[in-house]
Ligand binder design. Structure first.
Ligand SMILES: C[S@@+](CC[C@H](N)C(=O)[O-])C[C@H]1O[C@@H](n2cnc3c(N)ncnc32)[C@H](O)[C@@H]1O
Length: 285
């Protein structure tokens, strides 16, 4: 048997041609809202090269053909997962948790004790550090929160992140923004692994993790008292952001609170549905 030709046997071609880049950018935008401009070429190549190798595909043209073919829809989920930015950390943008503790939670705790249903949504929750930080802040002021009708919904488009959040397991907490006292109270050490921790049932029990694409329909029927959507819409274009702010507003009770990321702000028609009331914090009119 003759050896395979160099064209078949050589390493995959990891450069991306303009047509394939435009096609991938269009797919990712349609699927997730994320805008990939030309400056993201290297990022696309570095994040997808291993996937191409694993699939035995030689170049990005071939990968685009796979995405447009019969297996396209399952591969699109992989693609979105590989191109999302999942950076997060516990108690990120600490002023939001201080606002929860000092002004937002106290009246909601009273309402919950009077039997009212309280709903909180962490939209674009990544691997769960944000909803866990919300749960811990709540439990600090209301240790019996789990015995009331209070739930935190934590959603993300990336199934790997939702899976990670559901485990409740986090590594490297000793050198993180979680104070040692909070770590001892709300996490238990995973004995087999150094510096690896699992959230205690009081924390985990308050949170429901679910895969949800903000670009698609939202199945939740009720309204929310607090929405965190931080460092997520920043990857979308202005029209998509404006549309999302309006959709969030429609899902919020009057007087409820919206927290956005440090470089984000409510824009478009939703501006008149909110009053700014703190650093990247809004109140539904
Ligand atoms: C940078 S992380 C922010 C995590 C957290 N909110 C924080 O501020 O630390 C952005 C998250 O948004 C998610 N995301 C991106 N596009 C999304 C979409 N269309 N629907 C839902 N989640 C999305 C990503 O998977 C990622 O986990």
């Amino acid at each position: 048997m003759s050896p395979p030709s160099l064209a078949q046997a050589g390493p995959p071609d990891t450069r991306i041609d303009p047509t394939s880049f435009d096609r991938l950018a269009r797919i990712i935008r349609d699927e997730s809202g994320i805008v990939l401009n030309d400056s993201k070429r290297n990022l696309v190549v570095s994040r997808l090269s291993k996937r191409l190798r694993d699939l035995g595909i030689r170049d990005f043209g071939g990968y685009c053909r796979l995405l447009d073919g019969d297996q396209g829809s399952s591969e699109k989920r992989h693609l979105v997962s590989l191109l999302t930015t999942n950076v997060t950390r516990f108690f990120r943008e600490g002023h939001h948790f201080e606002a929860l503790r000092s002004t937002v939670f106290p009246p909601l705790v009273t309402a919950a004790r009077d039997g009212r249903r309280i709903r909180i949504w962490s939209a674009g929750c990544s691997s769960g550090q944000e909803p866990v930080s919300i749960a811990i802040t709540l439990l600090e002021g209301m240790p019996d929160a789990g015995r009331h009708d209070i739930r935190i919904l934590a959603t993300d488009i990336d199934p790997r992140m939702i899976e990670a959040g559901r485990t409740g397991i986090y590594a490297r907490l000793e050198d993180s923004d979680v104070p040692a006292e909070i770590r001892r109270k709300y996490f238990s050490a995973v004995s087999r692994e150094p510096d690896t921790w699992r959230t205690v049932p009081e924390v985990h029990g308050l949170i429901t993790f679910a895969e949800l694409n903000l670009m698609k329909e939202w199945p939740m029927r009720g309204k929310f008292d607090i929405i965190f959507c931080r460092n997520t819409v920043i990857y979308f274009d202005g029209d998509t952001q404006a549309d999302l702010w309006k959709r969030f507003a429609e899902k919020m009770e009057p007087g409820s609170h919206l927290f956005v990321g440090h470089s984000e702000r409510v824009s478009g028609p939703a501006e008149e549905m909110f009053t700014a009331c703190g650093v990247t914090q809004y109140r539904r009119r």
